[in-house]
Design a protein around this ligand. Sequence first.
Ligand SMILES: *[C@@H]1O[C@H](CO)[C@@H](O)[C@H](O)[C@H]1NC(C)=O
Ligand SMILES: *[C@@H]1O[C@H](CO)[C@@H](O)[C@H](O)[C@H]1NC(C)=O
Ligand SMILES: *[C@@H]1O[C@H](CO)[C@@H](O)[C@H](O)[C@H]1NC(C)=O
Length: 465
Amino acid sequence: MCLMNICLVESTKESEESDLVVMSQTRKRCRRIFRPTWLIFLTICVCCLIHIHQVYTASRQMLGLKKRHKSMLFLSQERKMRQGRALELVVPPQEEDVADVDKNPANCDAKKSVFFLKTHKTGSTTVTNVILRYAEKHHLSVGLPPLRHWQLGGYPSFFDPKIVDPQLPVYDVLCHHMRYDHVTVRKVLPLNAVSVTILRDPTANFESGFSFFRDWPYPQWFDNASAPDSLRRFLDHPDSFYNKSTPWHFRAKNYMSFDLGFDNERDDLQYAESLIGEVEARFNLVMITERMEESLILLKDLLCMDSFDEILHIRLKVRQNSARREVSSRMRDQMMTWNLLDTNLYNHFNKTLDSKIASYGKERMGAELRKFREMLDKIEEKCVLYYDELHLKPWISRIKLKRNSGDFCDKLSWGEVKFGDFIRNFQRHHIDTAALPQLSNDEINQLLRHAQEKVIGEKASLYSA
Ligand SMILES: *[C@@H]1O[C@H](CO)[C@@H](O)[C@H](O)[C@H]1NC(C)=O
Ligand SMILES: *[C@@H]1O[C@H](CO)[C@@H](O)[C@H](O)[C@H]1NC(C)=O
Ligand SMILES: *[C@@H]1O[C@H](CO)[C@@H](O)[C@H](O)[C@H]1NC(C)=O
């Protein structure tokens, strides 16, 4: 192109002469300009320019930074930094023979929808953290509570899809605290959603709730609910304390069954039996808190996760040992009797987990468990400096992360509220909310407040922290 231009410029100067003369003269002049050294020089220039252009576009594509304008030097530096950081995170703690265990042998596709019924005081925050990381990785749509809240769909009233942010016809993921309503929840989930919940030994669960809930209902039932003998006193005469007029009274009886949507006050065995059947039919996996690691390995298998990194966790909301009460075997029996529904569910699904492990392969589970526990030790060592006492709730401990332990550690430490708010922002980029009118955060809060007031009254809904 540029060579032709030179010739054309030359030819216009000869415009007065006849066409033939012009052509012959132009050729001569062009020949003079077309010396071999010029040609080589110009060709090299062109080649260099093309090469630079190719390198530049390639690096932009790799980083996905098409919209940003940065100098090439800065781009290559950033790339090096990112690669370094990714390596630091991805390198598994045990490099040798990780591949045996770490790869999913089924070679299946990651499931694109998961419903986790989050129960209270069961270690469920850990599971929600795992699921929200999964949702982020696969860009799944998550139905969320209002900003800075943990109550999904109007909790503790039954799940209402109008009180979910954002408003979508169907969600890939629901994993915050809700009171389960089978028909309503299934309407906003894909048919093939993987459904999971978690149960804990009801004696540990009850004792944990008794110590944890310092707003309602126990302070209304005791002069001093924190006194050392209050739990024993409650268990000796539970009916004299349990008062249906007290907001949040359902926390004090079969609370796991309450979250699962059942009538927490029914005590008959027939009802307890029927609950088991319903949970069997509605959930693909019932995890067991006391066997969290096995449960997570089964969850990984069920969702077809790529690697054990995806189920890594650090223990969240772990209570200080000093806050635990002495529980005699008599009190344990009393707790099981008082929480008959929860006890029956737990005993049944604790056995179910055994058979799930049997079909997964006991040896395979044993080998994976050893590997996974090593990874958990390593991640705790890498991330956790110490467990700190939370200012407002001194009876639970908070994780103090090591300095510069990295983004991955930070994310592992997020509870469901913080992680939910992160997802809310993150998913704006990949979820199209134009199809349905959206509520403002104030409007969702308003709806939540109204739903709560119907169940726990005006006063208590303000305190639903
Ligand atoms: C309640 O009991 C706890 C534990 O014994 C004690 O530390 C606290 O001072 C008591 N509170 C009141 C108001 O008596
Ligand atoms: C239950 O609580 C209500 C409201 O606080 C109170 O009026 C009522 O007397 C209580 N019932 C019993 C049996 O203590
Ligand atoms: C739960 O199952 C495990 C494994 O079979 C068993 O060791 C444990 O005692 C069971 N727990 C209860 C409360 O039944």
